[in-house]
Design a binder for this molecule. Structure first.
Ligand code: PEP
Ligand code: MN
Length: 352
């Protein structure tokens, strides 16, 4: 349930109401906007009557029952405004959100060795990416497939960060690794296969680095938003949602079906920033440019693109990886669409 206070409500009145709510066993979450204060009531509100609640104070403008199972992730929770996720990188802060230019995240599926990760970082940076992606820990279907180099690859990501100035996005799969990964990553990625690993969600929610949560390959939008709610409820407000394609009946030509409709759907449901990943979404590099352009036209806040210096030799996801040259070409094409929707050029990071 959400209590919207009138413009100019005295703070003492908001305090008094919050004390009442706490006495009822609820957790009031205060969101102070430019003009209004909104109180999100977390807990069991099933027995509360909206009308009676409204009558408790003349300063209450309206009481909304959120029918959706998530509260903190809901658009109403931020009184209809989009939130932004500010990420610190060596080059300053980069903002993800509806009010900001598109942020491009690029890099290999996995971190293979120092030379390749640094060369890829420098190449994607030169083409306009703001973040380097790359897995140190890889969730693989087969236990015999390359699992990532683990901790040593975190050191290589740190070196690539230093060499390029790019922010780092990398996956964490195990609660035991969260601190270690957070020392290097500017954004922690929770992969599609771990979207409902609730212990992991609570753990990344209890630390300070922003979290990118990928949609499970067969997850509904509500399940995905509930997973984001776990992170928000654990105290971390910096969550980005990433659509990476769904498993559908026809896998003859594409690995997954990229659900671009999430852009307008999520806009109506949540305030959280949106990322789309046409690389995992299609599984084929040939299809990535067309889908990446469509993602920007649809209004995504950011894109994740896999880039590898030699896709034929990649230890994972080679068939969907662009070469640095193809990525450069793609960025030029994306600029055309990005400018048309007024979400380009890429921002110069603000130096802090
Ligand atoms: C990845 O980003 O390399 C990855 C494994 O993605 P997903 O969790 O979407 O499969
Ligand atoms: Mn991959």
């Amino acid at each position: 349930m959400i209590v919207v206070m009138r413009v100019g409500s005295p703070e003492a009145e908001v305090d008094r109401l919050c004390e009442d709510f706490e006495a009822w066993g609820l957790t009031p979450e205060r969101i102070v906007g430019k003009h209004k204060v909104v109180i999100g009531l977390v807990g069991d509100t099933a027995d509360l009557d909206e009308q009676q609640l409204q009558e408790r104070s003349e300063w209450i403008e309206t009481v909304l029952r959120v029918e959706r199972p998530y509260k903190r992730a809901s658009r109403e929770y931020r009184h209809g405004e989009a939130s932004e996720v500010l990420v610190s990188t060596p080059n300053g802060k980069v903002a993800f959100g509806e009010q900001h230019p598109v942020v491009v995240v690029a890099g290999p599926c996995s971190v293979e060795n120092e030379e390749m990760i640094i060369a890829t970082a420098q190449a994607v940076k030169a083409s306009g990416a703001q973040f380097l992606r790359g897995g140190a820990y890889k969730p693989r279907t087969s236990p015999y497939a390359f699992q990532g180099h683990g901790e040593s690859a975190l050191g290589l990501l740190a070196a690539a960060r230093e060499a390029s100035g790019l922010g780092i996005i990398t996956e964490v799969m195990d609660t035991a690794d969260v601190e270690k990964v957070a020392e290097v990553a500017d954004v922690l990625q929770v992969g599609a296969r771990n979207m409902q690993n609730f212990a992991l969600l609570k753990k990344v929610g209890a630390q300070d680095k922003p979290v990118l949560i990928k949609r499970g390959m067969s997850s509904t939008i509500d399940e995905w938003l509930m997973a984001a709610e776990y992170i928000l409820a654990a105290g971390n407000p910096n969550v980005i949602l990433c659509e990476r394609g769904l498993r559908t009946f026809d896998r003859s030509y594409t690995r997954n079906t990229l659900d671009i409709a999430v852009v307008p759907v999520l806009r109506s449901l949540t305030h959280l920033p949106i990322m789309l990943d046409p690389s995992h979404g299609t599984g084929r590099w040939e299809y990535v440019p067309a889908m990446a352009k469509a993602c920007i036209a649809a209004g995504t806040d950011s894109l994740m693109i896999e880039v590898h210096p030699n896709p034929a030799k990649a230890l994972s996801d080679g068939p969907q990886s662009l070469t640095p040259e193809r990525f450069e070409q793609l960025m030029a094409e994306l600029a055309v669409i990005g400018k048309a929707v007024e979400r380009w050029p890429l921002p110069e990071p603000v130096l802090v």
